[in-house]
Each structure stands twice: as C-alpha cells, then as structure tokens.
Write a protein that binds this ligand. Structure first.
Ligand SMILES: O=C(O)CCC(=O)C(=O)O
Length: 316
C-alpha cells in the first residue's frame, strides 16, 4: 500500500499533520459517500457482469469470510495466461537472487526496496512506468478477476497496486511492519490478490488472515477500520481475542488468495525459505481521491482500443 502525501507533508517531514489528516479523512468520506464511489456504484449497477459458478462461489466466500483461495487456473483457465505469468515470475526470482548474490559479494545491484519494509524486494515498487503490454497489469485487467473485484466491491474498482515481491529468508528475528497483524488503512472497500510464485510453507512466511474481521464482519469491532486509523493493534491483545481463528495460507505455487485486507492480516515472515508472489490491490475511487496513489504510471495511449470501459476505468 502507498500512502498519499499532501504536498505540505512531503515538504515538511513526510508525515501529515493533524490538520492535514482531518482534511484527508473528510475528503475520503465525501468521496466514499457522495462523489467518486457513488458514480462508480452507478456504473456497476447499470451493467453488472455475469459471473460464472467459480466466480459466484468466490464472491460468496469473500462476503462470508473475507477471503477465498483457489488454484489460479481454476479462475483463469486459459493456459497461456498462467504460462506467461509463471515465466515472468521465474525470471524475476532468478534476477533477484542474482542481485542478492551480487550484494553479498559487496557489489552493486538494482534491487528495489522500500524504506520501512526493506525485507521485501520489489519488481516495480513505486512510480514505475508500465505499458499496456505488462503481463501483471493485464492480469489486473483480466475480466475474470476484475469482474469479481467489482462485484465484491459493488462498484467499478481501481487497480491501485501491482507488483511482484521477493522476500529472502531472514532467520528467526522479530516480526516487523506488515509481518505483524494489521488492517490496511487505504480503503474500507478493498480486495487484494496474492498469487504465489513459489511453494509457500511455514518457513517461507505464508500470508495469514483473521476471517470475519473486515468491516461488516463479526470481528470488525476489534480496533475497527478507520481512514488513516490506528491499524496496528497491540499484537498480544489481538491474538488473545482471535485465538485459534486465524487462517495460515501455506500452499503450492500457483495458488491465488483473494482477501479483504481491511481485515486483520500479516505475512512475509520468511525464516528459512524465500517467498515470491504477485500482489494486486483493487480499491475504490474514493481511496485514490484521498488516501492513496497507484504505484504505477501508465500512458493511456499504450492501452490501445482493445479494453472494455471497466478495464480502462480500473487502470487509468
Ligand atoms: O506479505 C504478506 O503476506 C502480507 C502483506 C500485507 O500485509 C499487505 O499486503 O497488506
């Protein structure tokens, strides 16, 4: 996730003041209740996509539990799609491991990390220029996934984030940042997709989730979601309250996890093995109007004429 910064906050110390925060929260609420999201809901309602049995089942599970998991190719059966993603993912893993070896030997590498979350190496990170041919961007616009995201959010959604993450094993240290339980601050209308690009077992830092903890769920009252809210609760208190209810997604390569990360989740605490995954975030237009920025720049021209209005809306 990528927090939007006001120009003033960026100039001063990159942390929004209380006044700025109030302004951001007010803008979010206005866009959620009245402006952008109302328009996006109307667009969705005027031409709902027809979902097939697989998508309907995922939708029901997302609504009930806040997550759903399946082999990617069950949702996107076209074998060419997985073949291309798998090949690109493998290339990224090989390049990253080569970069890490170079770093160990004291050399230069072009590996991308982000301050505060250095344990993840990113293919794109923030501010990357992508074009319409990028396979991960095309995955975000794939109607099998996008129609499901729009149906779950009840509006035309925006693809706010797309990236590949590689997490090298770090041994048994302390959990940091998103390795700890948290709610994503960036929207109350969120759907994230995690596509495992390697087999993920306990040592590779699996994703974990507390079902029913997203807004509207039975556990939504626990440190509830608020725009820019306190999204990291005291870990021991949360664990005591949800004891035994979290789901751990150890799973083979090619597994797709769909999840409303307004609910409590954590992951990437790779102790003994590396983890590689693709991650996409669908959010509401209100989020982009106030709280977040997409991590990519895309020239509309590179999209050509081949996209449906829903796809163009998601990407631009
Ligand atoms: O790396 C993970 O498994 C968790 C990621 C996460 O917390 C997030 O994307 O919000």
């Amino acid at each position: 996730m990528h927090r939007k910064r006001t120009r003033l906050a960026a100039r001063v110390n990159r942390v929004a003041t209380a006044v700025e925060r109030r302004g951001i929260v007010t803008t979010y609420r206005l866009h959620d209740r009245v402006l952008s999201n109302r328009r996006a809901r109307r667009r969705y309602a005027s031409g709902r996509p027809e979902l097939d049995a697989v998508q309907l089942d995922l939708l029901a599970r997302l609504r009930e539990e806040g997550y759903a998991v399946l082999p990617f190719t069950d949702l996107v059966p076209d074998p060419d799609v997985w073949r291309e993603l798998e090949a690109d993912g493998a290339r990224y893993v090989a390049e990253t491991e080569q970069g890490l070896r170079a770093e160990t030997e004291g050399g230069e590498s072009a590996l991308r990390r982000r301050e505060g979350k250095e344990f993840v190496i990113r293919k794109y990170s923030y501010g990357v220029e992508l074009d319409g041919a990028d396979p991960w961007l095309r995955l975000g616009a794939n109607r099998r996934l996008l129609d499901l995201a729009n149906a779950y959010l009840g509006m035309w959604s925006k693809l706010e984030y797309v990236d590949l993450w590689y997490t090298p094993p770090a041994g048994e240290g302390e959990r940091q940042a998103s390795q700890r339980w948290h709610r994503d601050f960036n929207d109350r209308h969120l759907l994230k997709a995690f596509l495992y690009l390697v087999d993920v077992d306990e040592e590779a830092g699996p994703f974990e989730y507390v079902p029913h903890s997203a807004p509207g769920g039975e556990l939504d009252h626990l440190w509830p979601w608020r725009p820019l809210g306190q999204n990291y609760p005291p870990q021991d208190e949360l664990e005591a309250m949800v004891s035994g209810r979290a789901v751990t997604f150890t799973a083979p390569k090619g597994t797709l996890i769909l999840c409303n990360t307004c609910g409590f989740h954590r992951g990437g605490f790779a102790t003994g093995k590396p983890r590689a995954l693709a991650t996409l975030t669908y959010s509401s237009p209100a989020s982009l109007a106030s709280l977040t920025e997409p991590n990519y720049n895309l020239s509309a021209a590179s999209l050509g004429d081949s996209l449906d209005p829903e796809q163009r809306f998601a990407l631009t």
